[in-house]
Design a binder for this molecule. Structure first.
Ligand SMILES: [Zn+2]
Length: 261
């Protein structure tokens, strides 16, 4: 019977994950443009054609339409399909890794990943993190304390405090030394809620995972550029670090600690 429920969970995570991914596209497009996420129906940004339900089926519509608008044949970004697939894959991974440990934990992490995807793509494009996303993560982080048995409540509280302290300090020192803003307030708040979600052990791991590729790519991308051009979205790297830490952090930490014993 347990096997049966698990199989259903996998299938639901995949299908519902795709549909929620489709909704995340609406959020990613409309929140930075200050539009309502409830109304109206989706339109083609080029010709304003209102999408019918059969234009909106995750992945399948994109394949049938060949990545073009039904009305004006304008190019539709692959990002929409990528977001749907990413959300579904992460949801299925959550079921795979956490279902047998705790169904509540599985649901919490699945929702966290959906919020992560929104932050990732909005920051990548607009270099902005909207407070509403950190607030959702904060609520999920508080609920998570009661279900995450691998890391005690103290680990989560210390994680939140150290995430905030480290990022606040780095942002402050960076601004004093260079005279420009390196880390935004959004990054500081994101580190706080991520620390709460992960606990301090996995927070440290996630920051190592995030900063190494960020430092390399940042130094290449901003080489020879001055002023505004040097502004760089850091949140996508943080999101990758946090995500790896949620999915595999406990295994990585256990593997690492096995060398010390
Ligand atoms: Zn169109």
């Amino acid at each position: 019977m347990d096997k049966y429920y698990l199989a259903v969970a996998y299938i639901l995570a995949g299908i519902v994950g795709l549909c929620v991914g489709s909704f995340l596209n609406v959020v990613i497009y409309r929140v930075p443009n200050k539009m309502s996420i409830a109304k109206p129906n989706s339109h083609c940004p080029a010709c304003n054609y209102e999408l019918r339900w059969y234009d909106n089926i995750p992945v399948i519509s994109y394949l049938i339409l060949g990545g073009k608008c039904r009305s004006c044949k304008g190019h539709i970004s692959f990002r929409y399909t990528a977001v749907e697939i990413a959300n579904a894959v992460l949801w299925v991974l959550c079921v795979h890794l956490f279902w047998e440990k705790s169904i509540a934990l599985t649901c919490i992490y699945a929702l966290v990943f959906s919020v992560f995807i929104c932050i990732f793509f909005i920051d990548l494009e607009h270099k902005l993190i909207f407070d509403r996303f950190q607030i959702i993560l904060l609520v999920l982080g508080i609920i998570n304390i009661f279900f995450d048995k691998d890391y005690g409540w103290l680990s989560h509280i210390i994680g939140a405090a150290s995430g905030f302290a480290v990022f606040f300090l780095v942002a402050w020192v960076f601004e004093k030394v260079t005279g420009r803003e390196g880390l935004g307030g959004g990054d500081v708040k994101l580190a706080l809620v991520a620390g709460l979600l992960l606990g301090w052990e996995r927070l440290i791991l996630s920051l190592i995972i995030a900063t190494v590729p960020a430092a390399i790519i940042m130094s290449i991308a901003t080489k020879g550029k001055e002023g505004e051009d040097r502004e760089f979205p850091f949140a996508p790297f943080l999101i990758i670090g946090f995500s790896v830490a949620i999915l595999f952090g406990t295994q990585i930490l256990n593997w690492y600690l096995s060398f010390l014993r």
